[in-house]
Design a protein around this ligand. Sequence first.
Ligand code: 5BU
Length: 275
Amino acid sequence: MSPHPTTLIPYAERIKFHTNPTAIKILEIMDRKKTNLAVSVDVTSAKEALEVVRRVGASVCMVKTHCDIFEDFTPAFTEELLRLSKELDFVIFEDRKFADIGNTVSLQYSSGIHKISTWSDLTNAHSVPGPGIIAGLSKVGLPLGRGLLLLGEMSSAGSLAVGGYTEQTFKMAQDAGREFVIGFIAQNRIDKPEKIGEGEDYLIMSPGVGLSAKGDSLGQQYRTPRECVVESGADVIIVGRGIYGVEGGEEAVKSEAERYREAGWKAYEERLGRK
Ligand code: 5BU
């Protein structure tokens, strides 16, 4: 099977296909820092999450959060995360997986304790409710220059986001236009070449990445960075426990992030034929 055309274009050369400021920022950072690695900091303490971010920040293009996991969440956490994102040059992705009607998600995005839209460059949503979810989030996020990913596929065993569901999710994004929806969480290039036009560029981000483990006891399934980037054409690899969960203390977390960055970048160079 011939490679997906998008995967043969360097990240920097894809910037011109985007108008969304967050998509442009992600591609610029990836090129500048030579990294397609996103680290997911799924620890229950915001203080500890910031410590992980300080250790891995130099190696990543993106830090992914689940802000409802933190027991000590305060606005001071997001202020410090924002400061670190500028100092260490990464974007912030709140993996909120919105899944309600447009009016409700616009409130969940802008309000409550977390006020996600005020600090998160990127967030994501299920397509289950229909296009109103994009409209609701866009109303809040677009004026702020934020970006949205739709969940086209999931990494977990038995996911129902397959086949026709995935195809219709892609179509929903395409119909919405690329001002706000910049790509997908997916395990494959769900933007099939025959469905996209010239310069129609989407970012595919894949969670479920591990260099050693093959999965966990709750349905998670892992693939290697090479499997994701070369074989499946992912643009960004998302790693959680493989990095922050490594044994050996602070230095081990830092060097494990570097190990994943190197593996992800090597895979990217291989797919460009630069190896
Ligand atoms: P892990 O520790 O590398 O397994 O964490 C993976 C992260 O990615 C975790 O925050 C999940 O919520 C997130 N994730 C996922 O694993 N699979 C998916 O399909 C989606 C998100 Br969408």
